[in-house]
Design a binder for this molecule. Structure first.
Ligand code: UDP
Length: 234
């Protein structure tokens, strides 16, 4: 198998699944995402996924609520996205399992690292819901944590933009597009790629990050094949 990566963790933000709708789960975008995931899984690549929840709810925007409560609501939002993605993956013939960091037994399995590793070896796509299970963290941090736990070679950060830029390319036509950065660059240039807790966890555990645009073709496949379509952070 001549692929660049054999075990990956894909981080999908909630916004990525909402597409242009900005809220909720867009059926076409979710189907396209699922097809891209199936495509790389069919190649024999082990695929784990962490989904965000920002298309439904974010803890820090839960005005008037206790932060921890709002974060628990945010974690529930990630479960909605996880279930939606699992459903669409199953509908196209791709075996998928949602594992949640907080037990919701009637809907999904509780997270177990050993079990997740077994599923991945069996070729099943594993979707991690509920983030880390703790408030005051993000799903970016969850991605770094789970990637370290399962020994993923890279985190594929699928975004609505195609790479990391020095500024928002939609607002600043002079924004510089980066093909390669270090974690120190992210801190020093204050690039908003992921939060600092997540970036530190990646850096300390030697996990590379690849930022790329989810839409516009078979982009996951291109990344797996080593094509330079986004930004590598190491
Ligand atoms: N969250 C949390 N702990 C975690 C992961 C997520 O409390 O370990 C909550 C937090 O409130 C966050 C929300 O879940 O705002 C949704 O996740 P995130 O904002 O990371 O989603 P994304 O921006 O990627 O869609």
């Amino acid at each position: 198998m001549a692929v660049k990566y054999r075990k990956v963790l894909i981080k999908l933000s909630g916004e990525a699944l909402a597409g242009d709708d900005k809220f909720g789960v867009n059926p076409e975008v979710t189907l396209d995402t699922a097809k891209q995931i199936k495509e790389i899984s069919d190649l024999g690549v082990q695929v784990a996924i962490v989904v965000g929840g920002g298309n439904f709810f974010r803890g820090r925007t839960g005005e008037g609520l206790d932060r921890a409560t709002a974060d628990y609501m945010g974690m529930l939002a990630t479960v909605m996205n996880s279930l939606a993605l699992q459903d669409v993956l199953l509908s196209i013939g791709c075996e998928a399992k949602v594992m949640t960091a907080i037990e919701i037994r009637d809907m999904a399995e509780g997270y177990s690292r050993r079990k997740a590793l077994d599923y991945l070896k069996e070729g099943k796509v594993v979707i991690f819901g509920c983030g880390t299970g703790s408030p005051f963290f993000s799903t970016d941090t969850t991605a770094a944590l789970r990637a370290a736990e399962i020994g993923a070679e890279v985190i594929l950060l699928a975004k609505n933009v195609d790479a990391v830029y020095s500024a928002d390319p939609k607002e600043d036509p002079d924004a510089q597009r980066y093909t390669e950065l270090t974690y120190m660059d992210i801190v020093e240039k204050e690039l908003r790629v992921m939060d600092l807790t997540a970036a530190t966890l990646c850096k300390d555990n030697g996990i590379n990050l690849y930022v790329f645009g989810l839409r516009g073709g078979h982009n996951m496949m291109k990344v797996i094949n080593g094509e330079n379509i986004g930004t590598l952070i190491h």
